[in-house]
Design a protein. Sequence first.
Length: 91
Amino acid sequence: STDPKISKKSEKNNDIQTFCALYPTVRRICFSSGQGTAARFAKANRTWLATAGAFSLADSDATRTVFAKHVPPIPVATVRGNSAARHVEGP
């Protein structure tokens, strides 16, 4: 939740990495509530995002603004042939 009444000290992230491992058909993670939510996800999942080939980025300025520094670039041919890569879309 991004409810402003939640204090930073009590904020707890959902374990999306485990969720995706349990449900491997998840291919897309979208953030429709803004760059703040996407940035929180990026901060909580830096190691996972840095895993080569695990993610591809949507072609949008908002997505690149939040995720480009966390997700290593992968060749287009790899993205097309790698059904395991999750596609990240920003707000």
